[in-house]
Write a protein that binds this ligand. Sequence first.
Ligand code: ZN
Length: 122
Amino acid sequence: MYRITVEDDFSSAHRLREYQGKCSSLHGHNWKVRLTVRARELDDRGITIDFGKLKKLIASLVSRFDHVDLNQIPPFDRLNPTAENIARTIFELAAEELPAGIEVDRVVVWESEKNRMEYSGE
Ligand SMILES: [Zn+2]
């Protein structure tokens, strides 16, 4: 199995619904996102997926969440914008865009340098 990883980041505001504590108030984070995809086979060139394509994919995914209030935009206008839900949403959006034979392996989202969570779909 071949695994390829790219990283990108975005800045946004959010507030957690049905949560007792500071995070129920509007506040911001500089989120870091790590996207890892996997493939069993290489193409004729010995490549799984071009790094350039993967960088464009993660850039397009995070750009929709950059400099916005997450609670105001889909799917977080109805889905609580927790790090868990952000990771799963990016995982699912990436899966829709990948070519045949390439799967999302995992998405890691950092809410701060010290706190991160990971979604692998398993
Ligand atoms: Zn927060």
